[in-house]
Design a protein. Structure first.
Length: 307
């Protein structure tokens, strides 16, 4: 249980640093955008490469992944239906909203919770790889296409994901993991150091946006915010639990791991993507805040019920 509290307190503390720096006028919205760009173009690709290079790719090819995918499809799909039919959102906004509803904080929060609550940090690897190798590249490809809509043909659209630094870093990491190859220490050490910048840069930039942007709930649709938040912290873990327990017959510790990882709050890098592509930035910011707070009792309850 200490791992849950430690993970959330750590995230909150670094976000508070960003808010304080903005309040003291050390950082402004220009600095926030710079931090976001550094995280997007440099630090996050390095983090993804070094993290995935040492991951157990075989862990993805299990039935547990089916339950995780089910949670993502149900939560993200439900938002897409509402975004298109109720709020009439465009493609870019819908993509970010779907990420808000289903893209979990498997890195800087999921890893410590998996280590301290579940007893094995590797249990978060299937979710991490699913997001980095499948969900994130697809979402970034859609956002790229949306931003360049009407101006390019398929010959330029198809290669775009391979020009995205996050996608390239993730794919290189998977390639290293599959082949068993190791980067030379002279290459891996600086990459690891730069990768360590990704999470604090995201969190500080997020804190600046919280302090200088519109107050949570004061901009955008409150109903849409409530929808993404409920889908993320309640619907996604419930859907994953149903498929894992009722359909696949997963029991014990493996079931707990699936539910807990599915109940993690929306990841901070969703805000980075929203800022980078200027789509649904307020929705991403507010959903991260609401789900980070509300996920605590959900994860604690799931741990008590399924442990």
């Amino acid at each position: 249980m200490n791992g849950v509290l430690l993970g959330f307190v750590t995230i909150g503390a670094v976000i508070a640093v960003g808010m304080l720096l903005a309040h003291l006028r050390v950082l402004d919205l220009t600095a926030q955008r710079t931090l976001t760009d550094v995280a997007f173009f440099v630090a996050s690709p390095a983090l993804m490469l070094t993290t995935l290079a040492r991951a157990d790719v075989g862990a993805v090819l299990t039935r547990n992944l089916l339950a995780t995918v089910a949670g993502v499809v149900v939560a993200g799909g439900a938002y897409v239906v509402g975004a298109r039919l109720v709020w009439r959102r465009d493609t870019g906004h819908t993509t970010v909203g779907a990420l808000c509803s289903a893209y979990v904080n498997a890195g800087n929060l999921g890893i410590p919770i998996a280590a301290y609550v579940l007893g094995d940090a590797a249990l978060v690897a299937p979710t991490l790889l699913l997001q980095l190798v499948v969900l994130q590249p697809v979402a970034l490809a859609v956002l790229d296409a949306d931003r360049h809509a009407g101006g390019t043909g398929w010959r330029r659209t198809l290669p775009r994901p391979l020009r995205n630094p996050l996608t390239v870093g993730s794919l290189l990491g998977v390639l290293l993991a599959v082949t068993g190859a190791r980067l030379p220490d002279l290459v891996e050490a600086p990459l690891h150091l730069v990768g360590n910048l990704a999470v604090p840069a995201m969190l500080i930039a997020y804190g600046v946006a919280l302090r200088l942007g519109p107050r949570p709930g004061r901009a955008g649709s409150v109903a849409e915010l409530a929808t993404t938040s409920v889908l993320k912290v309640l619907v996604q873990p419930l859907a994953a639990w149903f498929v894992a327990d009722i359909v696949l017959g997963v029991r014990g510790h493996a079931l707990l791991a699936i539910v807990v990882t599915s109940a993690l709050p929306t990841a901070q890098n969703v805000f980075v993507h929203a800022t980078r592509y200027q789509r649904a930035t307020v929705l991403a910011r507010d959903t991260i805040l609401v789900t980070t707070v509300s996920a605590v009792p959900v994860i604690v309850g799931a741990t008590l019920l399924l442990h």
